[in-house]
Design a protein around this ligand. Structure first.
Ligand SMILES: Nc1ncnc2c1ncn2[C@@H]1O[C@H](COP(=O)(O)OP(=O)(O)OP(=O)(O)O)[C@@H](O)[C@H]1O
Length: 292
């Protein structure tokens, strides 16, 4: 397990990461979300030791993380950082060798990963000759080629087509099923909601929400969708109800003082009711609320 404990980082007067604490559980996929400049990359860089901390502690398997621990971490940095002019297979082999794999194991791991990402035919091509999405696939392969104990991935899904997202997810699930903790940052909230076992929302350097997607969704106000036979505009004057949205016959409501039964009775008194259902807020709704 990776534990981030009261981590802080300043750049001059600005506090980029402000007393941040969370855990990345063994075998769990943790999504790290937050707007531009929220502090995600800075936090990941501190986990990897490429940036010093100003306070707090990073613990790996219960002890303060060491350089030796970090050598077994797989990292996909925001600035990427492979060699544009080197053939993709060669650089994966090189990275695997750097991480202690034998020549034969490095060759076979590189071939296997390029196969998985449909890049076998491009193995001898220079990285720079690949499309951006394919370069991204190679970056992901580079992060996992050393058979890491922990994966830290900065925006691994950006620029990937849906097929590559699926291959990537399958690959990450293989690591989590072996107990490897994975933390990834993303701005794609639908993807984060679908994939993550845990979620950390950062806003202006601080953790503003933390938990499983289900826990976070349950923490938000439940809404009701009411669909009527006629116009739903009258809900605006209903006491005990906050109107989120009204569109013709359909209304999205939050019941502040009124009960579901009272709402249904009133709707039936005024005409026909086609549908009344509870709607859980999405992660995007929760995100907007905690970062506003
Ligand atoms: N080397 C640096 N020098 C000065 N300020 C920095 C440096 N690196 C980051 N910052 C500042 O720290 C804050 C957090 O930046 P960071 O890159 O960690 O955010 P982020 O959540 O990864 O954003 P994005 O989603 O845009 O990548 C920002 O205000 C940024 O300008």
């Amino acid at each position: 397990m990776l534990e981030i404990d009261h981590l802080t980082r300043r750049f001059g007067e600005a506090v980029a990461v402000d007393d941040v604490s969370f855990e990345v559980a063994a075998g769990g996929l943790t999504g790290f979300v937050g707007g531009n400049g929220a502090g995600k990359t800075t936090t990941m860089r501190m986990i990897m030791g490429v940036l010093a901390t100003d306070g707090g502690e990073i613990r790996w398997q219960g002890h303060e993380v060491t350089a030796a621990d970090r050598r077994a971490f797989g990292y996909m940095p925001e600035e990427r950082g492979l060699y544009p002019k080197q053939p993709v297979h060669d650089q994966l082999v090189y990275l695997a060798r750097l991480q202690g794999r034998t020549a034969a194991a490095a060759q076979s791991a590189a071939t296997d990963l390029l196969d998985r990402f449909d890049l076998a035919s491009r193995r001898r091509d220079k990285l720079e000759s690949l499309s951006l999405g394919n370069q991204q696939r190679v970056q992901i392969a580079a992060a996992v080629i050393g058979d890491p104990d922990l994966l830290v991935l900065d925006e691994p899904f950006s620029g990937l087509d849906p097929a590559a997202v699926d291959s990537m997810v399958d690959l990450l699930r293989e690591y989590t099923s072996r107990g490897v903790p994975v933390i990834f940052s993303s701005h794609q909230l639908d993807l984060v909601e679908r994939l993550s076992d845990g979620l950390v929302v950062l806003h202006r350097g601080r953790v503003v929400a933390h938990g499983s997607p289900d826990e976070l969704r349950r923490s938000g106000a439940t809404r009701h969708r009411l669909v009527l036979g006629g116009d739903a505009g009258w809900v605006r004057v209903l006491p005990g109800v906050t109107v989120v949205d009204v569109d013709g016959a359909s209304a999205l409501l939050e019941l502040t003082a009124a009960s579901t039964d009272e709402l249904l009775a009133e709707a039936m008194r005024r005409g026909s009711v086609r549908e009344l259902v509870e709607v859980r807020p999405s992660i995007a709704d929760i995100y907007r609320k905690v970062t506003s």
